[in-house]
Ligand binder design. Structure first.
Ligand code: SAH
Length: 343
């Protein structure tokens, strides 16, 4: 079966041509796909014969809502999607003043092993396809009725560990006949794969690169994030500087504040020192507690922020949305896995 939803409109036209269909059919079908059609039979402006042909040759398997949690505080909605093969991933819809944002997953699980993260506990099961990434945006929009204007790749998985799929996904959401969401409305978050950051830089996309830094010193960062071992913060920041030089886009650094681990004054000073001279933005995130982990949220977020600001660093503290629904990614999937395991 051909995964037509992972195709660009041009590729779809090429494939249809092989079936002996004219190019304008691609536009019709493309539109149906982005309207969230769940079967070819819905595509009523196609002939019955073509619909039948498509059904035999092409894959169309939208995800089902396995669970859905809606915050009473701020309207945040968290979706657990069941994919065609039974695996589950999460997306979160967040409502901001500047528009609705959907946070999506790019892998089933994750192999990066960060100590504080729920998504990586059971490792990586598989990569998502471009269509499975796209469907999270489409069906969040359709189910919630909220038009999505921004996308963040900050759900389950490591985007740069599924590089080609993520690039294709970006091309698809960018397409004017599809979602038409511009690169400047997209953020990609990475745990810091140095070579892939360089590779991404060469594409000169105007998206925002978020780097999950979480510690300015190698001892702490390597303890929290295995990806740092044998590489180090200096090399990572070097890649970030090159990324800025290539794209002109300021890097955003994420820093989850963990009690007694990365919230000391000297770490604020070292962070300020290491970021000096390159346009950067630090986003302090109060740690979300994960049941399986002993790490606790820091009580020194405000002091840490002040200390960075006094040294000229641009800092924001992430506003917590969906606090009443376990809205940090990986948590709902973990919960469902635990409950399924216990019957
Ligand atoms: N793999 C990518 C994107 C997924 S994680 C990355 O590492 O950036 C999205 C963000 O949430 C990352 O900054 C990650 O470090 C952070 N995160 C993961 N678990 C968290 C937790 N328990 N509390 C706060 N932030 C967390």
């Amino acid at each position: 079966m051909v995964d037509i939803k992972s195709m660009t409109e041009e590729e779809l036209a090429g494939w249809l041509k092989e079936l002996g269909e004219p190019a304008f059919r691609a536009k019709q079908i493309f539109k149906w796909l982005y309207r969230g059609a769940s079967s070819f039979q819905e595509m009523t402006d196609l002939s019955k014969a073509l619909r039948q042909k498509l059904e035999e040759a092409a894959l169309l398997a939208p995800p089902a809502v396995a669970r859905k949690q809606e915050s009473r505080q701020d309207g945040t909605i968290k979706y657990l999607w069941r994919l065609a093969d039974g695996n589950c991933v999460e997306s979160v819809l967040m409502r901001y003043q500047h528009g609705n944002t959907v946070c999506i997953s790019c892998q089933v699980g994750c192999r990066m092993g960060c100590a504080f993260c729920a998504s990586t506990i059971a490792g990586k099961v598989r990569d998502l396809t471009p269509a499975e990434m796209l469907d999270q945006v489409l069906f969040t929009q359709i189910d919630s009725g909220a038009p999505v204007s921004n996308i963040v790749l900050m759900g389950i998985g490591e985007p740069l560990d599924n590089f080609n799929t993520v690039l294709r996904f970006l091309t698809l959401v960018n397409c004017p006949d599809g979602l038409n969401i511009g690169m400047r409305h997209i953020s990609l978050s990475t745990c810091g794969l140095v070579e892939q950051i360089d590779k991404l830089a060469r594409h000169r996309l105007q998206l925002t690169l978020s780097v999950s830094l979480h510690a300015p010193d190698d001892e702490t960062r390597s303890r929290l994030m295995p990806v740092n071992r044998g590489v180090g913060v200096e090399k990572l920041l070097g890649a970030c500087r090159r990324y800025f030089d290539q794209t002109g886009r300021r890097i955003s650094y994420e820093y989850a504040m963990i009690d007694g681990v990365n919230d000391d004054g000297w770490q604020a000073d070292l962070l300020a020192k290491r970021l000096r001279g390159a346009p950067a933005h630090v986003n302090l995130i109060p740690l979300n507690e994960v049941e399986e982990s002993p790490l606790k949220p820091s009580r020194r977020v405000a002091a840490f922020q002040k200390r960075l600001e006094s040294q000229g660093v641009t800092v924001t503290v992430r506003r917590k949305l969906g606090g009443d629904i376990d809205a940090s990614c990986g948590q709902l999937r973990r919960k469902a896995m635990r409950e399924d395991a216990h019957g």
